[in-house]
Design a protein around this ligand. Sequence first.
Ligand SMILES: CC(C)(COP(=O)(O)OP(=O)(O)OC[C@H]1O[C@@H](n2cnc3c(N)ncnc32)[C@H](O)[C@@H]1OP(=O)(O)O)[C@@H](O)C(=O)NCCC(=O)NCCS
Length: 329
Amino acid sequence: MGSYGFGMMIDKLRKSPKKIVFTEGTDPRILEAASRLLAGTFLSPVLVGNQDEIQKAAEDSAFNIRGAEIIDPMNFEKIDTMVDLFVELRKNKGMTPEKAREMLKSANYFGTMLVKMGYADALLGGATYTTADTVRPALQLIKTKPENKIVSSVYILIRPSATGDNEVLAMADCAININPSEDDLVEIAGETMQCARIFGIDPKVAFLSYSTLGSGTGETVDKMRNAANRTKALYPDTVIDGEMQFDAAVSPKVASTKCPNSPVGGRANTFIFPDINAGNIGYKIAQRLGHFEAYGPILLGLNAPINDLSRGCNAAEVYSMAIITAALA
Ligand SMILES: CC(C)(COP(=O)(O)OP(=O)(O)OC[C@H]1O[C@@H](n2cnc3c(N)ncnc32)[C@H](O)[C@@H]1OP(=O)(O)O)[C@@H](O)C(=O)NCCC(=O)NCCS
């Protein structure tokens, strides 16, 4: 990772240990990550699920989860308080105590409410839930920070190098906003560059398109150009440009022909995509063909750190994402 590596995140957590909720308490990948976390002392796992089922799953997969806090939605002592708060939070959506009680049987809603009620600092889910099912309770109950209009997301991509000088990139929004507006893109870029800095990136931000500085035309070209210009005006000290094609953004040779005067051309490390199709496909190409490790989606703009795992994740990714999530708390 960049200058802000896992070591630094762990050091930060050691100074101020946190609790993280895992909504899928019986999943072997979660249990393996939880057993690794329990061996450290900086991040305590809270496993949501039935005590016996979780213990049996841990025994079956031979992971030691002694000391893990297990909370069963079916048997939670503060369930009445949780139902009342849930109804209060969703009162203008016609929420009733009966409906809330039913929804709280689902670990994704229950786990999110544990964070809301302060039982834990952060949440990681999505090993079996879809992104939408992990993120929706957070959007509805945790909500955006007062200064934000939307929740968005970033992937941090790391290509390890033998010399230790890892290549670190940020890509957004590859997972949440399906067709971001110009306003959304300005906010996504602002949040993304802030998060990129936490990971040691000095952001050089490219607003990506099929056109480079006016070479092509179209509605989405205008959207990316306008968003780039507005972001430049908002953050005059950050290196930002667009619209530009991906090759112009990363290849100095291509940039010397397509955008020779661009401060970003050929050296971009922070990429803003026009929509979720481009973003999701783009980061996966970097991951699968470019051999970058992908960390994310890291949600941006929420009132509490809640993150989503890919359903194809492994235990090492769960462990890393848990540390990243809690360190951002
Ligand atoms: C994020 C997502 C799940 C929200 O979808 P949804 O739940 O159908 O959205 P809704 O319009 O019903 O909104 C539900 C709530 O979330 C809020 N919301 C939706 N998108 C939001 C956003 N980007 N930021 C903040 N709040 C948002 C809505 O305002 C609404 O709040 P309310 O109920 O308090 O009024 C949806 O945008 C999505 O599916 N994105 C793609 C996810 C995906 O498949 N990613 C690819 C794999 S990584």
